[in-house]
Every structure is written in C-alpha cells, then in structure tokens.
Design a protein around this ligand. Structure first.
Ligand code: PGA
Length: 239
C-alpha cells in the first residue's frame, strides 16, 4: 500500500483528477469504479472543470463506463437523496458520459457478473468511514462478499441523517445494495481518499494493518497489489 499526503483536499483531488484524465486519454474505454459521499465531491468537480476546459485533447467520456459502489434500496433513482442523483448532479450531467454506461447495484442484476463481462474495473475510487467502513461494508463484513444487501448500522444512519436529511433519522433509507469487499478487491487499481481529522484513526489503523481484520473492513486492502491511499494534512498520521 502506498500512502501520499497532500496539503489539502484540493491538491489531493487534483492529483487524482489528473490521473483519471490521463487514463481516459490513454484508454477511452476506461472502466471506473466510483464512490459517493463528501470525499470525492472535489474530485468530481475537477473532472467536470477539466471536461469543460480541456482542448487538445478534449477529454472524451463517451466510451468510459462507470460502476458505482452502492445505492439505497427503496429510494426512487430520481429522488434527490439517491446515489444516482448524487452522481448525476456531481459528475454525469456535466461530462459527455453515455448514461447507458453508468451502472449502480440493482436488485434485478448480477452486478459482479456485469462488471466481469465488461472486463473488470480498471480504477476504483474509494472513501473510508471513520470506523473503516468501505461503501456499506461495515464492521463485521466478510472479506469475500460480492454485491449484497446490507442493513445500515445506526452510526451510518445517523451520519447520513446529518449529511442529507436535516438530522431526521426516520427519513434515512435503512437498507442498501453495496459492492462487497470481495467485489472491490477485483479492481485492477484502487485509490482511497481520506480528508480531515475525522479520518485520522482509520488511516492510522490502515497504515499498520498487516492482514484482514473483520472489525476493520478497510484492512481488506492489504491483499491488493496496487493501492494508493491519498490523504490531506488534516489526517494526523506520519507517513
Ligand atoms: P464521506 O464518507 O466521504 O462522506 O466522509 C465516506 C464513507 O463513509 O465511506
């Protein structure tokens, strides 16, 4: 696992945005694994900025395919709180990605099979929960799980209530479909982003992890050969 620290979220996100643009220019059929949450918002805005301003070459998303990590169950895709809407608002509506090439876990499809049929994820972007969760793979998630139906844990429901529902827990969806740790580990390359002091403990644990620990889901990354952890100076860890 490689760790890189940048001054702030802007510089960290710029590094990853530049890398993604370079990969798309090199391979127009790039397969990206994408995450939601506050962490990748800056990255997506920089990708949008690049799309609007790039010229020679103009970044072309028309053949790129994207697979998102998770989506709520019981929420209409057009609802503002859905991850479909999050991605549309933050990225998809502002670049020339073909909407038929953007995928989310769906109870009607075998998501892992679909990813495999498309050749597998070239680059997976991840955030991390303060408790080490990845997507909706909470503490106790098995290492080899594929895309699965998960019950959100109270801490995640509370965090989501604060972030998206004015603190009203009753409005937060309680179930989601999430790529499992066993799905994510198949990506050819993984970049995990973590910004701010609230991620310090999780990154400290990740730095010292040597094997998978079911009580710290992010530790599954020790079993991947091409992982980069990118943090900002808010994360108080010596790297
Ligand atoms: P955040 O969430 O990006 O909003 O901090 C990350 C996560 O909980 O996976």
């Amino acid at each position: 696992m490689k760790f890189i620290k940048f001054k702030n979220e802007q510089e960290s996100s710029k590094y990853v945005a530049d890398l993604i643009v370079k990969k798309i220019n090199h391979n127009p059929k790039l397969i990206l694994g994408l995450a939601t949450g506050s962490t990748p918002v800056k990255l997506y805005s920089l990708l949008v900025e690049n799309y609007k301003t790039s010229t020679h070459p103009k970044t072309d998303w028309s053949h790129v395919k994207t697979f998102n990590l998770d989506e709520y169950i019981g929420v209409n895709y057009h609802d503002a709180v859905s991850y479909h809407s999050f991605m549309a608002k933050n990225l998809f509506n502002h670049v020339n990605v073909n909407h038929h090439n953007t995928f989310f876990p769906d109870p009607k499809i075998d998501y892992d099979e679909l990813i495999k049929e498309n050749g597998g994820i070239d680059l997976q972007i991840l955030g991390i929960g303060a408790n080490g969760h990845i997507g909706f793979n909470e503490v106790g998630s098995p290492q080899h799980s594929l895309t699965w139906l998960v019950d959100l844990v109270p801490a995640t429901i509370e965090a989501n209530a604060k972030k998206y529902f004015d603190g009203n827990i009753d409005l937060v969806p309680k179930k989601a479909l999430s790529m499992g740790l066993g799905s994510i580990i198949n990506a050819k390359e993984i970049i995990l982003l973590a910004f701010g002091a609230s991620k310090t403990e999780a990154i400290k644990k990740l730095k010292t992890a040597t094997k998978f620990d079911i009580n710290f889901p992010a530790s599954f990354l020790v079993n991947h050969k091409n992982v980069t952890i990118i943090v900002d100076e808010g994360v108080d860890v010596d790297l």
